[in-house]
Design a protein around this ligand. Structure first.
Ligand code: HEC
Length: 701
């Protein structure tokens, strides 16, 4: 594959006009920087810069670009010390001169070499952090690393979990007040007990660790948090793990000295297995506020009590002062997977309001007095025969791609999805993707009205949409808001688009070659403002849920780039003609139904689906195997899948796989290739498709 094409062509010609060779860096106000995932602890994804604004946006052009290798490229860059830092999903870090894009150094954390299981190579890195001359990263295999921002050399390296544990750390580390906050995932596939760890940014020494589900019930409660959690669990949960991994979101408020943790789903999903006899099962699917210095419990709010459909509160938590009943109040705002937009008091956790921002069937509403959901009858699947619709499904009405908030408009800009699922009970020993969790959950069911996405501007005071734009595909990009009254968002059809923050009118767009889902950032160097973003797909549940984007070219092999824009930028990206997607010619093939079915199950229950996609439709995380000539060659196929010949390119090996299973999978893929050959509509880019972009009135939102 052509991962390293054009590498080193960092400087487009016109970039020279932005490049200042001077080494004396004036002390710039913080407004110029973007040190954390959401810029600062408030996670607003808002830049106070306004050189680029609604009046002059027409002059925004590409200043420079840099070509990256294939793989996950979905994280926002960070900027500090006049340098711009990027990561790929496998934690290959690069530092650039933030003005002109000159590559300064590279550091590859060696994830592909070190990885012990497919888990370590899936769900690539979502971001990095910068603080006080250092760049901080977590690797999927559990390392936490601080690099010198001048040299790229490690200053300290520590581990949050052992290499043998079934955990995967892919969320962006945050640095709040000299503390590095890290979490991890794993509760979708293994019986882990979640926790969040804080390290001293200077030394790497562990400062505190907060467990998100209780420990061994035969021992005395370790702390206040455990006293709060314990009575909400029944039966012998300990040893089953419980789950509650905090894989994505953390926020911080300096004045309140609180760090907020966004906690994930339970393991197993089915509460009857996890906590027979019920209980809320704290802190699953909860926002937890802890003391920033000690990690001690302060308050919590649970968005899905007794979670059992992969409901998480791992979505970003925006801290802002907004008007509530006519008075300014510091609030925490979250649009979690479950489809309700929550406004809580940031100091006390008091419930203020919640309304639906997407299609929701699991609950009617949230009780204003208790702050608890009013669940719809029959929504819990235990003892219920058959499958029924669940909205939102496990993809969520909003996932990890962040929302943005503009203090100038008072609106929250949310990447919203309407993706329904089918759900029903399953015996714990049944086979199937999530059946071991005691549930049958078809995450990406083909339901009417499903697989749609929007950018919605949400008024948190009125709890309703101010405007909404329908987007192509069902994986809307992360959002940036700026003081220039602009909202930037990438799209699956390969466009980076800017909207008027007040009206939702599309005011600018730039055509890249690959999808853009990573959140853009904005920063300045010597007063000149830039907007920067990575291109490339590959983050949708790792790469599983690709069906809703199958009409677009999201190929693994599309060029992935760091693109940086400025006013009067005139650089262009090189021409790239998309290769035709042609299934290999396989006239001899006669499908053996049993073998194909066995192969489909092995593909789904083995790790393949995570990177190569549902129904083997590639979503950009890995090649689309329906178009791979390798599926006709049993020897090559085995060398890749069993012997790991492409491991250093991100394709994990499965050494224990029998020849029989290997052949089942290969035949399933040949069958999928045959089906692809008979499908008339091959994926296209936006140019040859009717545009899906449509501005709606608030009433339709
Ligand atoms: C962690 C993600 C991941 C998982 C899990 C995974 N793959 Fe891959 N696979 C990749 C990537 C990335 C590549 C492309 C490597 C490269 O650049 O050459 C790849 C390449 C391949 C190729 C070669 C395709 C070609 O035309 O070059 C085959 C065949 C393949 N994978 C089969 C499988 C099967 C079968 C499974 C399950 C047993 C599986 N993969 C699991 C990521 C993954």
């Amino acid at each position: 594959m052509q991962g390293f094409r054009h590498r080193g062509v960092a400087l487009a010609l016109s970039a020279a006009i932005f490049c200042h060779a001077s080494s004396t860096v004036a002390a710039e106000p913080v407004a110029a920087d973007w040190p954390n995932f959401g810029r600062d602890g408030s996670e607003q994804h808002y830049s106070p810069l306004n050189e680029i604004n609604v009046s002059n946006i027409g002059k925004l052009g590409l200043a420079w670009y840099y070509d990256l290798e294939s793989g996950f490229t979905v994280s926002p860059p960070v900027k500090g010390d006049d340098k711009l830092f990027t990561t790929t999903g496998h934690s290959h870090i690069r530092a650039f001169d933030a003005a002109c894009g000159k590559l300064l150094w590279e550091f590859d954390a060696g994830v592909r070499e070190i990885a012990q299981s497919p888990l370590h190579m899936s769900w690539g890195n979502k971001g990095i952090a910068w603080w006080n001359g250092r760049v901080f990263l977590t690797t999927t295999d559990g390392r936490v690393i601080a690099l010198d921002d001048n040299t790229g050399q490690p200053v300290w390296i520590t581990r949050q979990f052992e290499l043998t544990e079934l955990r995967n750390s892919n969320g962006a580390p945050r640095v709040f007040d000299g503390k590095v906050i890290v979490g991890h995932g794993g509760a979708d596939i293994s019986p882990v007990r979640g926790y969040v760890t804080a390290y001293d940014a200077n030394t790497g020494k562990q400062l505190w660790r907060f467990f998100t589900v209780p420990g061994d019930p035969s021992k005395p409660a370790a702390n206040k948090a455990e006293e709060v959690m314990r009575p909400t669990w029944k039966g012998n949960w300990y040893g089953k793990g419980g789950g509650g991994t905090a894989w994505n979101a953390f926020s911080y408020d300096e004045e309140l000295n609180l760090i907020y943790l966004g906690v994930g789903n339970g393991f197993p999903y089915n509460q009857q297995l996890r906590s027979p006899g019920g209980g809320d099962n704290l802190f699953l699917a909860s926002i937890v506020a802890v003391n920033a210095d000690t990690g001690e419990y302060v308050w919590h709010y649970q968005v899905c009590p007794a979670e059992q459909w992969d409901c998480t509160a791992s979505q970003d938590m925006t801290i802002a002062t907004v008007e509530i009943e006519g008075k300014p109040r510091k609030v925490l705002m979250q649009a979690p997977k479950n489809g309700f937009f929550y406004v809580l008091d940031a100091a006390s956790g008091e419930f203020i309001s919640a309304e639906k921002f997407a299609r929701v069937t699991w609950a009617q509403g949230i009780d204003a007095k208790t702050g608890r959901p009013i669940e719809n009858p029959g929504i819990r699947y235990q003892d219920k025969p058959g499958l029924f619709e669940l909205w939102p499904g496990p993809q969520g009405a909003h996932s990890w791609l962040p929302q943005a908030y503009s203090p100038r408009t008072g609106l929250v800009y949310i990447p919203v999805m309407d993706v329904g699922a089918l759900i029903g009970s399953a015996p714990p020993d049944a086979t199937g993707f999530t059946a071991g969790m005691g549930v049958t959950l078809i995450a990406d069911a083909d339901l009417p009205g499903s697989r749609r996405s929007y950018l919605k501007a949400w008024d948190p005071s009125a709890q309703q949409a101010a405007w909404s734009v329908e987007l192509p595909g069902d994986w809307p990009g992360g959002v940036l808001a700026t003081a220039g009254d602009l909202v930037f968002q990438g799209r699956i059809d390969g466009y980076l688009v800017a909207y008027d923050a007040r009206t939702g009118e599309e005011v600018w767009s730039f055509k890249t070659v690959a999808p853009v889902v990573a959140p853009p950032i904005s920063y300045s160097v010597k007063g000149k403002q830039f907007v920067s973003v990575l291109t490339g797909n590959g983050s949708q549940g790792g790469g599983i849920l690709a069906t809703g984007n199958a009409a677009y070219r999201t190929d693994y092999a599309l060029p992935r780039r760091l693109l940086t824009f400025a006013l009067d930028g005139t650089a262009t990206v090189p021409e790239f003609s998309l290769p035709d997607l042609v299934p290999p010619d396989d006239p001899e093939f006669n499908a053996n139904d049993d073998q194909v079915t066995a192969g489909a199950i092995a593909f789904a229950t083995g790790a393949c689906i995570v990177c190569h996609g549902t129904d083997a439709i590639g979503g950009g995380a890995a090649p689309d195997l329906r178009f791979s000539p390798m599926i006709l060659n049993p020897v090559l196929f085995k060398s890749v899948v069993v012997n790991g010949s492409l491991k250093l390119r991100g394709m994990p090996s499965t050494p224990g796989m029998s020849d029989e299973v290997l052949e089942d999978i290969r035949n399933y893929l040949r069958q999928r290739a045959k089906q692809a050959a008979s499908e008339t509509a091959a994926p296209q880019l936006r140019d040859s498709l009717p545009t899906h972009s449509k501005k709606n009135d608030a009433s339709e939102a």
